[in-house]
Design a protein around this ligand. Sequence first.
Ligand SMILES: [Fe+2]
Length: 371
Amino acid sequence: MNYNFSFYMPVNILGGNNALQNNKNIFLSLGKKCLIVTGKTSAKKSGALDELISVFDELDIEYTVFDEITENPLTKTCCDGGKVARNFNADFVVGIGGGSPLDASKAVCVYATNPHIINDGIYTEKVENEPLPLVIIGTTSGTGSEVSGVSVLTRENGRKQSISGKNYYAKYALADAKYTYSVPYRTTVSTALDALAHAIESMFSPRADFLTEQFALISIRMIYPILEKLSKSEELPTEKDRDTLYFASLYAGFALNKGGTGFPHGMGYALTEDYNVPHGIACAVFIPQYLDEAEKANPTLFGQVMNAINSDKESVKELIAQLCDLHLSIPDEKIQGYVTRWETLKNFKNSPTDFNNHDAGMLVKSLFYTE
Ligand SMILES: [Fe+2]
């Protein structure tokens, strides 16, 4: 067995019950003024925002809330958040939410200290000044953004694009699964599928190594039985299952942080941009094909995945298709447009076989083309 691996993940994860209360002293080390970056709902609904505010009141930390983050956050919105942080003289930022607010909060920290970077400039301009320190509080079980140096934003032209590197890691992640307890059924399914996709895609990526595989295997083993339950009834998961899903999403995040994503994520962005499909479902709908490619490329590792979940490929494919429950009608010219657009998609290179943009076009056609 080849045990070679390398792993870099500088986020200090403070996890478990009441992680926020138990670790509140970290805020004192970060300063006296904080910009809280959130969306409109989950930070409040989860209870995380109120809890944070009461801790700040207790610690005498001044704060202001920037709650403009929408799903698939725009670079412009994050740039605006950076300006708010500057005008408020924020010492640090806390991002609360699912993937969108968390990814956005990473970008806000960069914009805040680098006023020369405007909107889409974040993809091209040099980060000259150290970003503001960031604390992340996750409220969904999917993104793994807590433990990755990746931020996925939407460009001014409406296209999603990721940016990554040392400037995009949080300093701390306060990981308490209780904030995920209020997530509704459909979002629970979508985010769990996102975490599963992270684990599977990163595991068979050319950048994967021994440790990535272990993290991904643990994650898949934790998520899969809960997906089976979710497929049988629309009952919300128990708190125990919620806890399992949340920590599985972090394991998938560890794997993702090293292996990156393959073609399901690259292709999934288009379904989100053009058809408003939730991110997890948009990516997972391509996982069945990815499993075929994974099996061709590395049958031994593929066998380990099937053993871990005590299932077979066809059952996994059926389960994913059932949970995605996605019925789109995509016209031929649009599919041809995707084929052209995906000529330069990097995710194909980060996939286990030579599956390319033409294969991707045929896959979209087989799934979503109706005359
Ligand atoms: Fe994802």
